[in-house]
Design a protein around this ligand. Structure first.
Ligand SMILES: [Mg+2]
Ligand SMILES: [Zn+2]
Length: 215
């Protein structure tokens, strides 16, 4: 019953750097990059990994713009014995092959394979960020944005002082905490493509102002 790792003491309002300073995009996996499995089911093998429309292109745009892309994903199914850590790694290796063919590969993927209350890396806890920052010390939370489809993703980003973008799922896919997730998000988008439009648009500045465009 205990929702381990949760504390509702996250406050609204935080001091992230401007959007134009974003250098790293942290991405949730299920529901952002690939179709989320129905409640109680799991994406256990590559055959179940259904890449969402536009995701490969969106990741390619981030890469070409010089932004780091890092997946942080809770995979409790490992702890529950639904699939193994090796199977998760195989899915990610195959996904990276697809992405690489399009010049869109991810810089890193970090997985929490644990159940609730067993670790410091199950989002919203910060362990996966700590792993990423240990592997690449130039990563800075204040210059990062977290893109996710659930409350834990928004909390994860908020607690670390990142910007947050909520990908809003279709009504039937909405899980609990949706209202809170919306409140905690800096931006709400319908897809990763739209989120990337926002991120890159903010970095480049407005491009649709012919009068005050370039001096
Ligand atoms: Mg998700
Ligand atoms: Zn963990």
């Amino acid at each position: 019953m205990r929702r381990a790792g949760y504390d509702s003491g996250v406050t609204a309002g935080h001091a992230s750097a401007p959007w134009s300073h974003v250098k790293t995009v942290f991405l949730d996996r299920d529901g952002v990059l690939n179709k989320k499995a129905p409640e109680g089911e799991y994406v256990a093998q590559w055959e179940h990994f259904e890449i969402l429309d536009g995701v490969v292109e969106a990741l390619g745009r981030l890469r070409r713009a010089g932004l780091r892309t890092i997946v942080v994903t809770n995979q409790r199914g490992v702890a529950l014995g639904r699939y193994s850590a090796a199977e998760v790694a195989t899915i990610h290796a195959k996904f990276q092959e697809v992405l690489a063919a399009a010049g869109a590969q991810l810089d890193a993927v970090y997985v929490c394979p644990h159940d609730h209350g067993e670790c410091n890396c199950r989002k919203p806890l910060p362990g996966l960020y700590a792993q990423a920052a240990a592997d690449d010390p130039s990563i800075c939370a204040a210059e990062s944005v977290m893109v996710g489809d659930s409350l834990v993703d928004m909390e994860f980003g908020r607690r670390l002082g990142m910007r947050t973008i909520l990908i809003e799922a279709g009504a039937e896919e909405r899980a609990g905490g949706e209202k809170q997730a919306r409140q905690m998000a800096d931006l709400r988008c319908s897809s990763l493509q739209e989120a990337v439009d926002e991120i890159l648009g903010s970095i480049r500045g407005p491009i649709d102002d012919p009068i005050d465009g370039t001096g």
